[in-house]
Design a binder for this molecule. Structure first.
Ligand SMILES: [Zn+2]
Length: 494
């Protein structure tokens, strides 16, 4: 049955193509909320970061946070959008228990920024608009102190600043949607606009999906999929929705414009409500806020402070450090990893070794430590300066490659610098020529028969001699040096 399903999926994708646009909500990394001075922080006790403004009490007036606008401008410039000199906040009216005012302050007809773009490996995806808005509160259904079968609402999130980044319907596969989200997250994190932590809800994504026969330019009727809680589920939901729509059309049905919910457990989408139209929200300009005017100077200041972005950094890593493009991509996925790598590369003097250690050991251990959660480099107990010091010990011959892995594990466990570990555990490789020469001489003196055979031309026994010296030094001798000294000693005729 699985095979039949896979076959029908392949068959469907050969004849139809999905047309995908993504709407991504991102919480901004501000200290305060967008219209009041309440703290913007995830994980605090429910309803402790609230005031008359974010509780929507009558008479309370919003004041726009300049910091929130600055971060929204960063996002706009980082995605090559055109910033609008004047944008306008509007009221989006609807009723929901997590929305105390009965409306959400958002931008509608005149958003902050328009017409940007973001490159993914397959194509450049256009960004239609970026607008600012406030987040709603959060309904709690289980797992909180007073949940004896009741639901609660936490207004700590009410008024947290958001931007919504709306792409054009430019993506043509679930994989492209995944690439787009990955690239967008990397850009926003590099620019320090948001931590983009999907588990904590600071990045949320809705997908608009329609299908059309391959070769057709016409757009089909789209559905909007919500409740997508991981990049992987975005891709799964798009695949499922694509096949559902095609099978529906081919059986003579019609796709209805509606909002559908992704059900992770069942691996399918199900209807939630018929898609609302803009007029359902009775948008009108927010009377309590003047139009937002962004001056040229403000934009220039934000542009000047924008750090190097992932695409540019990736290119630079290839050119400056001679890394393969794939490696440069892995190392620039987040700003933390890119910064970590550059520090190690600079301080160790070996970019190649730095990239090998970061990609193979550091990221592997960070991922292991994170389990199913999000891997964050902040959890890495090995400081970049320590890793660089360890690489220098390998390059100088003090540590062999095998010893280095062992030392790295101890650095990870204790957070100590490599020098201290090597000294305490007596792990250093012996590269002292005088003491190794003595060890070699001892082995040569104890093995007259083997020496005689070697000198008669049985040079294949060199490995045996190396083994003897390694044994007598407890495996710590620098093998290259032992090789050279043995060849010298064995070449001498008595
Ligand atoms: Zn407040």
């Amino acid at each position: 049955m699985a095979t039949a399903a896979a076959r029908s999926r392949e068959d469907v994708l050969a004849r139809y193509e999905p047309v995908i646009g993504l709407e991504v909500h991102v919480q901004l990394l501000t200290a305060t909320k967008i219209f009041c001075s309440c703290r913007n922080r995830f994980g605090d006790e429910p309803n402790t970061n609230v005031c008359p403004v974010c509780l929507g009490l009558p008479g309370a007036l919003p004041v726009l946070s300049r910091r929130a606008v600055t971060l929204a401008l960063r996002a706009a410039l980082a995605t090559q959008c055109t910033v609008q000199e004047v944008s306008v906040f509007a009221r989006k009216n609807y009723f929901y228990p997590d929305l105390p005012k009965g409306y959400q302050i958002s931008q509608y007809e005149r958003p902050l920024a328009t017409k940007g773009r973001l490159a993914i490996p397959q194509r450049t995806v256009r960004i239609d608009r970026i607008h600012m808005e406030e987040d709603a509160g959060k309904l709690l259904h289980e797992g909180y102190a007073w949940s004896d079968g009741k639901s609660g609402v936490d207004f700590n999130r009410s008024g947290v600043p958001l931007i919504e980044i709306v792409s054009a319907p430019d993506m043509r596969s679930a994989e492209e949607a995944h690439e787009y989200l990955t690239a967008l997250k990397a850009v926003l994190r590099h620019a320090e606009v948001s931590d983009c932590n999907m588990e904590e809800g600071s990045l949320r994504c809705d997908a608009n999906v329609s299908v059309r026969p391959r070769g057709s330019e016409e757009l089909g009727t789209r559905t909007e999929i919500k409740n997508l809680n991981s990049f992987r589920n975005v891709a799964r939901a798009i695949e499922h929705e694509t096949v559902r729509q095609v099978l529906l059309i081919e059986s003579g049905g019609r796709v209805v414009q509606e909002t559908r919910l992704w059900n992770d457990g069942r691996g399918e989408t199900a209807p939630m409500r018929s898609k609302e139209e803009a007029h359902d929200y009775r948008y009108f300009p927010e009377p309590d806020l003047p139009p937002l005017v962004v001056t040229r100077e403000w934009i220039d200041a934000v542009a000047a402070a924008l750090p190097e972005l992932p695409a540019a950094r990736r290119l630079r890593f290839v050119g400056e450090y001679g890394l393969p493009d794939y490696d440069a991509g892995v190392l620039t996925a987040t700003r933390e990893v890119a910064d970590y790598f550059e520090t190690v590369a600079r301080e160790s003097g070996s970019a190649k070794a730095a990239s090998n250690w970061v990609m193979n050991e550091v990221l592997r251990k960070v991922n292991e430590a994170a389990g199913s959660g999000e891997a964050v480099l902040a959890a890495c107990p090995v400081a970049p300066a320590s890793l660089a010091a360890m690489i220098r010990l390998v390059e100088s011959g003090t540590l062999s490659g095998t010893m280095a892995k062992d030392v790295f594990d101890r650095m990870w466990a204790t957070g100590e610098p490599p020098g201290a570990i090597v000294e305490r555990e007596g792990l250093g490789q012996v590269s002292d020529e005088a003491s190794l020469r003595a060890a070699v001489a001892e082995v040569v003196a104890k093995s007259p028969d083997q020496v005689a055979a070697y000198r008669k031309g049985k040079t294949s026994t060199l490995g045996w001699f190396v083994g003897q010296v390694m044994r007598s030094t407890g495996g710590k001798a620098n093998p290259q040096l032992v090789n050279r000294l043995l060849k010298e000693a064995l070449a001498e005729t008595p």
